[in-house]
Design a protein. Sequence first.
Length: 276
Amino acid sequence: MLTATLLALGSALGHAIWNLIIKVCDDRDAAALAGNLIGGLISIPILVVVGPPALGVWKFILGGALIQIFYVYGLAAAYTHGDFSLAYPVARGTGALLVALIGTVALGDHLAPIAWVGVAVVALSLLMLMGRGTTFTSIRWALFTGLMISGYQAVDAMGTRRAASGLAYGYAVAVAVSVTVNVAGLARGKGPAVVRELRKFPVRLLAAGVLMPTAYTMVLVAFRDAPIGYVSVLRESSVLIGAVLGWLFLREGLGRYRVASAGVMILGMALLVTGG
């Protein structure tokens, strides 16, 4: 469990950073597509070295990748209509809570009673975030993104547990997602915008492209050794990192409500780890 905990926390840091990078680009939708494109290209030589997953798990890889088309679109819309320090925690936290429920119902995962108290406390912190300064549009897109997160993570949890290597599975997911989301982006006419973002922010998007598959692969490896609800909720310590990054670099106000919600979330995650 210690390894899964460390992987989840490391993924949280990487995920918060690449999300901040997307937020500060001019066209968030195109930037997310560009980051996924780079991530897929970087993942190909890694797969050559470690070897691809067996054919039997590709149905999970492709299924999760198709869901990520809607996730990427919803994420960009959430960042367009709401503050990073609001949209990011609501989307990630909602997704993690739904994954915990799916893991228990569909995958037979078990969380101790005190861990479920921690999940409930995290849910409370999300309700605190959805207070003043929010709009229906911003919350709607953040919740939609959270729903998509729970979908693709549940599918990938099933797939990575059936794969021989979590590392190979994770980077295969990166390649598949790169293809699906960018084909969908081209169909929406986003090709020229992707090129513009790559020309404007090559270093930023290269960094995002490295972090995207790396952070998610860390989670998929952790899914193999711990309940997906435990890993997903713990990984969402990234919401605290995201709120601080939004305050430090984007000058988004934390406010007493967001600071209080951060404190409640820390308590909830402490209970989760204790129960794990």
